[in-house]
Design a protein around this ligand. Sequence first.
Ligand code: ME8
Length: 642
Amino acid sequence: MNKKTFYITTPIYYSSGNFHIGHCYTTVICDAIARFKRRDGYDVFYLTGTDEHGQKVQQKAQAAGVSPKQFVDALHEQIIKLWATLNISYDKFIRTTDDYHEKTVQKIYQKLLDSGDIYKSSYEGWYCTPCESFWTESQLADGKCPDCGREVKLQKEESYFFRLSKYQDRLIEFYNQNPDFISPKSRMNEMINNFIKPGLKDLCISRTTFDWGIKLPFDPKHVAYVWVDALTNYITALGYLQEDHAAFDKYWPADLHMVGKEIVRFHTIIWPALLMALDLPLPKKVYGHGWLLFDGDKMSKSKGNVVDPFVLADRYGADTVRYFLLREIPFGSDGNYSTEALFARTNADLVNDLGNLVSRTTAMITQYFDGTVPAATQYTPLDNELQTLCLGALDKVRVDMDNLSAPDALADIFKIIQRANKYIDETMPWALNKNGDKARLATVMNVLAECIRFAATLLAPFIPQTADKIFAKIGYADTKDFAQLNSFGKAVAGLRVNKGDNLFNRIDVEKELRELAALAAADNAKESAPQTEQTPQITIDDFAKVQLLTAKVIACEPVAKSDKLLLLKLQVGTQTRQVVSGIAQYYSPQQLTGKTVVLVSNLKPAKIRGVESNGMILCATDGDKVVVVSPESDLPSGCTVR
Ligand code: ME8
């Protein structure tokens, strides 16, 4: 029989760097759900990836002095490492710079043009580059981006538009017919009241003022709007409009798009409308989770290494980080991150409850039964209580997971662990041993080993490495499904236990806080160190090799077939010469003509786009701002600059 499929996605992460523990939240939750569903018999496809195009990436690459591709490659490597560190079990990782994705996005644009859903017009409005979002004047909050509070820029450009307004009524009808489509419910109301009711406007879906994006097949001056490029990853990754579309046929529509609350808008308005235009079925659910806050603020990497997931996983283990994220943050709402809370959770739940249960039980089986789990003789009502708890746990946890509430699921699993610890105090195995009651002692050990096996099986989706360690300690061969929880008692009898090291070590809170503070101080010192530490120093003789001269722009024109290049004719003393400069996006020929600039005059001549360039003019850059360097007061051309 074919298994039921389950297609789950995370957002594709921006390739702009500085990943912090908040970023791990979406991916860790999806991983727990994916692992749970696999164990529960589903054929799961778990997709994640990176969002690599757009103005923000281009600007960051420029600021870092590398090409956008080099920039995204480095970050891609970092995120792959991060997900490996946290044991994320994705089935596919998509990059929006992957060739198949780029080609399919072009086909999608063509399809939408052919169906009349795209038209050309001109855009005038506000743009928030960090969010890559368009806003109207009335949507701005105090003149700033209503999502992130940062500066917006007035954008005026020729653009292609998607007929989003056409889908307004169909969207409302869809929401009404599928009341669980947007979860939690409060986010559905937010979408309807804040965005749909005021009236949907057609969406600008192409840009011309930068070029780090997918070129539109019918007008390559334009690149695809990064959100359309990004959202379509959910279908391009499966092979939509590609030769091999078996995965698309099998898994689409998605069962769950898990996203942070700030991007619910894109996933519940733009995405379904695009799918309607493509005549495709809509995803079953979009879940908008809350944020992990740090001191009440949305997290950022500038908070130092207390929020660096690599540092946290390295010091405390991947499962400690996973457990904290899954257990501590009330799902759907914002949650606070603090190192103290991480330590408190670890010491209380993982060290005291789980770690102790496993180490006490394996030690007792080693001591009383020479390391072999005994068979039970006869269950008392007390044993039956634990048996019932274990046998009923999966149903409860399944309901919790269907509600996407990992904290509830973990609380239900820990009921077994806490009850088993109490059972040790109630049955007092050391007294049974002293009194020579071997039969009762055997049953007690058997019940405890079973509780551990049930707990480990249920914990495996959440803290997989720990579950594997526990199975190894009790000598159990995990079948990696939940069918192993169908019976209680027999599966552990005869297993050889191996106590080994502690599962988790108690965190010495004071000491750790001191060490983290020292690490943060070292990090800050590194960041505030002057640039000269990274840039190699040069001698005055090195500098003397560069001949800098003032030069007057006597003529200037665009270089044919190039959006970026200008050809400048310069007067340098008594000579003239021509220089090609990549500043057409920042200056018009008229703005430069008559200006005195600084020329690197002894630069080796080069041909740029087939045009000879003799030297280079100096410019200062700040992100996407580029300014030509010019002497403060008027000077004749040909003066030395030192
Ligand atoms: O939004 N707490 O990418 P992204 C909880 N590229 N979750 C957080 C968080 C925090 N402090 N900070 C970030 C994008 N996240 C787009 C998606 S999908 C077609 C395109 C979550 O790198 C955030 O909510 O900014 C989102 O779910 C994920 O990290 C990636 O965010």
